[in-house]
Structures are given as C-alpha cells and as structure tokens.
Design a protein around this ligand. Structure first.
Ligand SMILES: C[S@@+](CC[C@H](N)C(=O)[O-])C[C@H]1O[C@@H](n2cnc3c(N)ncnc32)[C@H](O)[C@@H]1O
Length: 293
C-alpha cells in the first residue's frame, strides 16, 4: 500500500469502527486527496468490511457533483484560513472566504460535510436543532440571536420554535442567501455585521445566543475578538439567558479547547451548564451550554 492509500485507509478505519459518519469521512477524504477520481480508484483496494466499503464508494458516487465542487473549493484553499495578524485582517479574510464559498455552493459553504447535498445538510441541521431542544433552550417566548448565521439554514426551522430569531454575519454573500431563504418568515431577520461586536443589539435583549461552527473563525481572528464576543454575549443576554456554542476551534486538543472556553466563560461571568459534549452523529461538533445568572 503506497503512502496515499495508507493515509486514506487510516481515515476510512474510523468509519469502519463507526467513529465518524459517512459524510464526515467523505469530506476528510476529499480534504486529504483533493481528487475524486483517485479516491474512486483507491477505495475498492482498501481493507475492511466489504459492505461498508461499498457503502462509502456509493456515497461518493451519489454525491459526485457536490464532491467535485468541494475539491475545487479546497484547491482554492477555501477551507483553510490562517491565523490573522489582527481582528480587522481576520474579519476581512472571513468575509472574502465565505463570499467566495457561498458563490460556489450554499450547502457546502456552511457545512463541507453536506457534500453540497441539501438533504444531507437538512439531516445535519435537524440533528443540531434536536440537541438544542434536548438542552432545553428553545421556547415560543424566547428571542434568539445567531452569531455567524451563514445561509440561515438553522434560523429557518428554529423560527417556528422561538418568538424571534436574528442572524448576523460578516459576509454579504451569506446575508443575501439567508435573506432569500428566510423570505416569508416574519419573525426571522438577518443583519450584516462588522464582525467586531454585537453593537446592533441592545443590552439584555435576547434569551438565547447560539453559534454553530463560527467561533473557529473568530479564534483565527485573534484572542481579543473572542474575549470581546464573550463579553458581548453576556451583555445582550437577559438574566437566565443561554449561550449555546457548537465548535470553538479546529485542530487543537479537546482538553486545551475546553480549558480555553471555561476560562472565557469564567471571565464573562457565564455559568457552565454543559461542557465539551459530543452530542451529534452526522456532524462531529463539540458543544457547550453557558448561562447568564
Ligand atoms: C461555517 S459558517 C457556519 C454558518 C452557520 N452557523 C451554519 O452552521 O450554517 C461560519 C460563518 O461565520 C461567519 N463569520 C465569520 N466570522 C464572523 C464574525 N466575526 N462575525 C459574524 N459572523 C462571522 C462566516 O461569514 C460564515 O457565514
């Protein structure tokens, strides 16, 4: 087995051990190879349960067009922003990155593991909402703010579970897609933000702030921006308001990331209700639930 095949086998082994969903594994394989044809050739040569390997190859074939688009995005390095020199540079980089991504595939721009497939994205979205429901943060008398709302895929279904939901994003392309997708939902609105703070929101004006796969980009824009957002979350929350954070940073140990989130919560005087949980099957998001006293 050559080096490339060994690397692929290593990723596929996690799927064979049921440690990651089929879509997450296909995404990782695309990230590793950046070549759908090579992947199609190598998959049948791997070791493992034949039925599971066939299912993986079929998943790739079923989503071939979306996977090719993702390879194009990966080759333009649209999934790998670097640590910025300062917050302004980081925010500008995110704006450009997500404007370019959403122009290529709305579904993949918010969740690469959707493979550009609206049904796969809807399944992942349902799972996130199910966990928010289990965590007891949804109620018809609550107003919510989504920090980094992307195309509004969570806001649309959440609008029927909340009194109101407002999404912010730094990318005009994302805001345009969200505006179109949320048409007709009278209690859902989106705002183009500077990305520096939550200045458009009054103090003690919402019951829930949630953020899904957005903080990793704030982290890349620097610690000061992250600290500022934790302070801002506390400011805009009403007493007993909740902050649901799904994914804080990429590519770091869980222990280190959890320590950092707990430190931020402590400094922002937010109570830790849940920490470092892995409640999903389709997606590999890690979650925290923090509360204002
Ligand atoms: C991976 S997408 C996730 C979108 C959405 N939360 C979802 O899960 O469908 C991350 C989003 O965060 C936005 N973003 C990045 N930095 C931001 C900032 N400082 N303030 C607000 N949004 C930001 C990006 O423009 C992008 O739409």
């Amino acid at each position: 087995m050559n080096n490339q095949a060994a690397g692929i086998q290593h990723i596929v082994d996690r799927y064979l051990r049921s440690e990651a969903s089929i879509s997450m594994i296909v995404m990782e394989l695309l990230q590793r190879t950046e070549d759908t044809s090579a992947l199609g050739r190598i998959l049948p040569t791997l070791n493992g349960e034949p039925a599971k390997l066939r299912a993986l190859a079929q998943h790739l074939a079923d989503n071939e067009a979306g996977c090719r688009t993702i390879v194009g995005m990966l080759r333009q390095r649209l999934d790998s922003p670097e640590l910025a020199g300062d917050a302004e540079e980081g925010i500008e980089r995110c704006r450009r990155l997500f404007d370019a991504s959403v122009a290529q595939s709305e579904e993949s721009s918010v969740a690469l593991y959707s493979l550009g497939n609206p049904e796969l994205l809807a399944a992942a979205t349902d799972e996130v909402i199910g966990v928010m429901d289990d965590w007891g943060v949804l109620a018809p008398d609550r107003d919510a703010l989504e920090l980094g709302c992307g195309i509004g895929r969570l806001m649309a279904p959440l609008s029927s579970r909340l009194r109101s939901v407002t999404g912010t994003d730094v990318s005009p392309g994302m805001i345009a897609a969200a505006t179109r997708r949320l048409t007709g939902l009278s209690n859902a609105a989106v705002l183009l933000t500077s990305g520096k703070d939550l200045a458009s929101f009054a103090s003690a004006s919402v019951d829930l702030v949630y953020s899904v796969d957005t903080f990793p980009y704030l982290v890349l824009s620097g610690q000061a921006l992250v600290e500022r957002h934790f302070e801002e979350v506390r400011r805009v929350l009403r007493p007993r308001g909740d902050f649901v954070l799904f994914n804080y940073a990429y590519g770091r140990s869980r222990e280190e990331v959890n320590g950092e989130v707990l430190g931020l919560a402590h400094r922002a005087q937010l109570q830790v209700i849940r920490a470092d949980e892995s409640p999903f099957h389709v997606w590999n998001g890690i979650g925290w639930l923090l509360r204002k006293a």
